[in-house]
Design a protein around this ligand. Structure first.
Ligand SMILES: [Zn+2]
Length: 343
């Protein structure tokens, strides 16, 4: 029999709190009204904009999938991965309250229009998110571009990542995505990787390794971000919009940094950091308070950790080859100097 997965993270820690539950109920009532309006807009939107009509609606026990396309495999993968995410990540404080509404779009442009109509995104943000291919989990909806059909197992990873976002936001509020973006994204990546190791162990292992390698190479070429520059949502979206490389590096950096913090300081302390941020402290202040780390100290430790991991974990053959080369060169120089002196 499969071992029951412990409900991870931050999400279960305060799940019994009545106050939180009450607050969640108030939010749910508000979100219900917002959803009713959204659905009305969805019905009106294609008629108004001339956009492609929804072709089909699929129901699973947990999600309602509105498909603008006939990508059957994608619909199936969406339903299955959401079920898996729900079972694995739990359902604290009544979240999500009812069926998740998923929208599968045919193109980036169609997705951007959907995000503006349904979630009221400004055009700039809608286009950045549509380019990424997945919306964050917002207002009980998830928006996906159908080119994600080609992603294979990564598709599952991204669904769990987004689901974890939804839960993190439910518990810690909108301040995380808006002002603590790398922490928020790193947590989504961490949870997706940790959870899906149960299902696709080799894939997730390889995925995590690839993320560490991206960071190691960025570190060698001085391309890593200062963490303060990837805290704001606007900066994060701008990187996605402007450069494929910056986009990739910021996600890899966020994931490895959260992995570093949780591995070295424990999950409870990481959850305490999130609570501090929820209560109004900046990430820097919260890190100082919980981990006793100034921004500079955190950055230096993280760089040193990544450097050692790259040199002696992933690229140990190169490191040994370089060391051997260095040794031979020093020896040659030494011998030449000795010979010249004896002449
Ligand atoms: Zn994300």
């Amino acid at each position: 029999m499969e071992a029951r997965v412990p409900i991870p993270i931050a999400f279960e820690r305060e799940a019994e709190s009545d106050i939180l539950f009450q607050r969640a109920r108030v939010r749910l009532t508000i979100s219900f009204a917002a959803r009713a309006i959204s659905l009305l807009l969805v019905m009106l939107w294609p008629a108004c904009s001339g956009a492609q009509q929804i072709e089909a609606v699929f129901e699973t026990s947990f999600a309602r999938i509105h498909s603008y396309s006939q990508h059957k495999e994608l619909v199936k993968a969406t339903g299955e991965s959401l079920e898996f995410a729900r079972q694995s990540l739990g359902n604290p404080a009544g979240f999500p309250p009812r069926k998740i509404e998923v929208y599968l779009y045919e193109s980036e442009q169609q997705m951007a229009e959907g995000l503006m109509a349904i979630l009221d995104y400004p055009r700039k943000d809608a286009e950045a998110v549509a380019k990424a291919g997945f919306s964050p989990f917002t207002g009980n909806t998830l928006h996906i571009n159908s080119r994600a059909e080609k992603w294979g197992r990564l598709f599952w990873h991204v669904v769990v990542h987004e689901y974890a976002h939804g839960m993190a936001e439910e518990r810690y509020g909108p301040v995380l995505p808006h002002s603590a973006r790398w922490v928020y994204e790193g947590l989504g990546e961490f949870e997706a990787n940790r959870t899906l190791r149960r299902k696709f162990e080799a894939f997730e292992e390889a995925y995590a390794t690839s993320r560490f390698k991206v960071v190691f190479k960025a570190l060698l070429f001085f391309k890593l971000f200062q963490f303060k520059n990837i805290l704001a949502q606007d900066d994060w979206f701008a990187n996605i919009a402007n450069s494929r490389e910056r986009w990739d590096i910021q996600y890899a950096q966020a994931y490895t940094a959260v992995d570093y913090l949780i591995t070295n300081y424990g999950f409870d302390n990481f959850a305490a950091l999130l609570t501090e941020v929820k209560n109004g402290r900046s990430v820097e202040e919260a890190m100082q308070k919980i981990f006793g780390l100034s921004p500079l100290r955190f950055e230096l430790r993280y760089y040193a950790f990544m450097l050692l991991r790259g040199l002696f974990g992933f690229y140990v053959h190169y490191t040994l080859a370089l060391a051997a080369l260095g040794f031979l060169l020093s020896l040659t120089v030494l011998l030449l100097v000795k010979r010249r002196r004896s002449l």
